[in-house]
Design a protein around this ligand. Structure first.
Ligand code: GLC
Length: 474
């Protein structure tokens, strides 16, 4: 399919701007390893450093943990409340309710607007699923693991202060405050008989959850990383204490600790990350400009927005949507004109479309965005979509390969493969995303010199299970 020459040359240039050469992967992996050490060395949080947050999770599950616990999970657009029965044999039973966080709660003036909302949902969940805990007099409180997937300065297993909001949340009143205290205080106001015991990031949960369900005797694999490629991206892994110089108060007897890398903030100084004018525009629209720039090139919340700002730029240059603009009397449909309304799910359909004249994409754009398109416009949209997602998949391989390489020696006494527990819509549903990430990891070859493989394992519902396992463990 050919485009008019001017449009073709602009699109080819955009594709070039998004392209990452294979040798960049090696250079970026080395740089990532350096940045991990920098983050582990000094406690101060600055924009330039990857946070590398000690989580106070010092034990690794064996799969024999038992009991009934609650989990509350605030990660992105949804809040989940669950009760989980750990059976002690790598299996579990789960009951779960899910609530979409209203926009006015994501961006609220007071922290109690959010934490009061969360506490209320826990109360509703208990009344529906475990009414006995609400009525029993003097019953011991149910223990709850709180998965809170934002950068937190963790001070103990069950305490941590919010460093900053990410992924579109903006409640300034909660920044620098202990999120467990805020949550517990609101539960107490409602007289909900629950004690928040552990605070975990979703990546820590993914790691611990899979370490619980994984039976290495059957899989011949150790679970070494927990990561998320969804609305945001991040990863956690187990580090030995000698490599965490900034940690001064490790619990007695601990040999290591799970580190929440917050790799979304890898290379906020843009020393090596590729950058386009579209990345800059998207960053400028976020509540945290200059932060989490790696995440803003990779994760689900941003891919659609990058495409949208690119299309608006082409429109402003007079290259697309011109007829439409005239027909509508001087406007574009609001879902393409407004930030953040183009979901990565739409990109996932366009990515794979091989229908005649990309008619399937046409239908989707019409249905979801109310955007009528010409054949050339659809072709443009598909090419930019593919450029954006190819870059995201390539960048995603970097932290995974780096961490696998870094912990190689921890596992040198066995012949087990390295399993990476992943969760999130992008890795689970985006066409070929997981396959491409796996191929790029193979290219980087972080386990050179061993016979081990790196395997990406999608672990669903890991967020809640993980915080429950952490609660049971400690
Ligand atoms: C964002 C958050 C991080 C979380 C990730 C995935 O990067 O800062 O804490 O783990 O999203 O949800």
């Amino acid at each position: 399919m050919s485009l008019p020459p001017k449009l073709e040359s602009v699109i080819s240039q955009i594709e070039k701007d998004f392209e990452i050469k294979d040798d960049f992967l090696i250079k970026a992996t080395d740089f990532f390893l350096e940045q991990m050490d920098v983050g582990l060395a000094t406690p101060e949080q600055t924009r330039e450093k990857m946070p590398m947050i000690p989580t106070y999770v010092v034990k690794r599950p064996t799969g024999t943990e038992k009991g009934l616990y609650l989990a509350a999970d605030l990660g992105g657009t949804n809040f989940r409340v669950c009760s989980i029965q750990l059976n002690g044999d790598h299996t579990f039973e789960l009951q779960q309710d899910k609530y979409r966080i209203p926009d006015e709660v994501m961006k609220a003036p007071k922290s109690s607007d959010l934490f009061g909302y969360l506490a209320k949902k826990v109360e509703t969940f208990l009344l529906d699923h475990h009414p006995e805990t609400c009525t029993a007099k003097n019953a011991a409180p149910l223990k709850l693991g709180f998965t809170f997937s934002f950068p937190v300065n963790q001070t103990a297993l069950g305490h941590g202060t919010l460093i900053r909001w990410t992924k579109g949340f903006d409640i300034p009143d909660a920044v620098d405050r202990d999120v467990v205290n805020l949550f517990q205080a609101n539960l107490t106001i409602l007289e909900v008989n629950v004690q928040v015991v552990a605070l975990t990031n979703d990546t820590v949960s993914a790691l611990v959850a899979r370490a619980y369900t994984n039976d290495p005797k059957k899989t011949n694999a150790n679970t070494i990383i927990g990561c998320i490629f969804g609305t945001g991206t991040n990863g956690a892994y187990f580090e030995t204490l000698d490599k965490i110089p900034k940690l001064k108060n490790a619990p007695e007897g601990a040999e290591g600790m799970v580190i929440n890398t917050e790799w979304g903030s890898f290379d906020n100084s843009l020393k090596i990350l590729p950058s386009t004018e579209y990345d800059d525009s998207v960053d400028a629209e976020t509540p945290n400009p200059g932060y989490h720039l790696f995440e803003k090139r990779i994760s689900g919340r941003f891919l659609g927005e990058i495409l949208r700002v690119a299309l608006i730029d082409l429109f402003k240059k007079g290259l697309i949507f011109q007829e439409l603009f005239k027909e509508r009397g001087g406007s574009l449909p609001h879902r393409i004109d407004q930030p953040w309304l183009l979901d990565a799910e739409v990109l996932s359909y366009i990515e794979l479309d091989d229908s005649t004249d990309l008619n399937m994409s046409g239908l989707i754009l019409q249905n979801v965005l109310r955007l009528p398109t010409t054949r050339d416009e659809r072709y443009v949209i598909q090419r930019i979509t593919r450029a954006i997602s190819a870059r995201a998949a390539k960048l995603s391989a970097v932290p995974l390969a780096a961490v696998a390489h870094r912990v190689k020696d921890q596992y040198k006494d066995d012949d087990r493969d390295f399993e990476i527990a992943c969760d999130g819509s992008l890795i689970e549903f985006y066409p070929n995303f997981r396959k491409r990430v796996t191929e790029y990891i193979e290219y980087i070859n972080p386990l050179k010199g061993t016979n081990k493989k790196v395997i990406l394992k999608v672990e669903k519902s890991s967020s809640s299970l993980g915080s429950v396992v952490v609660t049971a463990l400690h």
